[in-house]
Ligand binder design. Structure first.
Ligand code: GLN
Length: 240
């Protein structure tokens, strides 16, 4: 156990759509408000990744163009380290484009972008409309059913392999593919989701749970009146 949360942002300048970097600000604040340390590192194009140097690896969303730029690099310079980090229980959180790259690949027409294969899923960019709007899901990260609310905007449709478990059941919105009623992926400490918002400011309970999983600690509650109002507002926006 460490009293410092060591976060690594993957490709922070390329994979940061819809202010996804706000997720990191929330992790920092939730740690510091409790007297826990917080360290932020980054790994971008061409840079190696030390699988032992971080407790939580984070990757936000991106345009198809930026995703294509990072995907090959990620497979070449970070895939093995991410698998090793996962094996020793580090948390890996991917949002939208970052989520898609945790799987096997992302196909758009004749183009195929590789993923790092941490989870058994693939994504296809079909002819259909983009899946856009407020979204809420019900999930259980080991502490009973909870709601995650956010905003999704993706052209890709994600399909989980047979043995894979979704992050949650869609209460409102499109989810992974607009079809099967599921959203995201959850395997051990690997979490992928389409939900922006940013995700963690609208769902601070999830930020706390990620810190708990990453550090193997139990966190004391904070005065979350403002944060709970933000969560309620995101739920209302999704009609839940
Ligand atoms: N480019 C991906 C898609 O449209 C991811 C988009 C995003 O991260 N918002 O499916």
């Amino acid at each position: 156990m460490s009293a410092t949360l060591r976060v690594c942002a993957l490709y922070p300048e390329l994979m940061n759509i819809y202010a996804d970097r706000g997720n990191i600000a929330v992790l920092r604040a939730r740690c510091e408000w409790r007297g826990l340390g917080f360290e932020l590192g980054a790994s971008s194009l061409g840079e190696a990744l030390d699988s032992c140097a971080h407790d939580l690896f984070y990757m936000g969303g991106g345009q198809d163009r930026d995703q294509a730029a990072v995907a090959k690099d990620m497979v070449a310079t970070k895939r093995d380290a991410l698998h090793r980090a996962n094996e020793r229980g580090a948390v890996v959180l991917g949002v939208c484009g970052g989520y898609q790259l945790l799987g096997h690949n992302y196909r758009a027409g004749d183009d195929e972008i590789p993923g790092v294969g941490l989870v058994d899923l693939h994504t296809v960019r079909g002819e259909g409309e983009r899946l856009i709007g407020n979204c809420a899901i019900e999930t259980d990260l080991g502490t009973g059913p909870r709601v995650i609310a956010g905003f999704e905007n993706h052209g890709g449709r994600t399909y989980l392999g047979a043995g894979e478990r979704p992050l949650g059941r869609v209460l409102s919105g499109h989810g992974n593919n607009g079809d099967d009623g599921f959203e995201g992926v959850l395997r051990g400490n690997v979490i992928g989701t389409y939900l922006h918002g940013p995700l963690l400011p609208k769902n601070v309970w999830l930020a706390d749970r990620l810190i708990e999983l990453a550090l193997e600690v139990e966190l004391r509650p904070l005065d979350d009146r403002m944060e709970e109002a933000a969560h309620a507002s995101a739920r209302r926006a999704a009609g839940v």
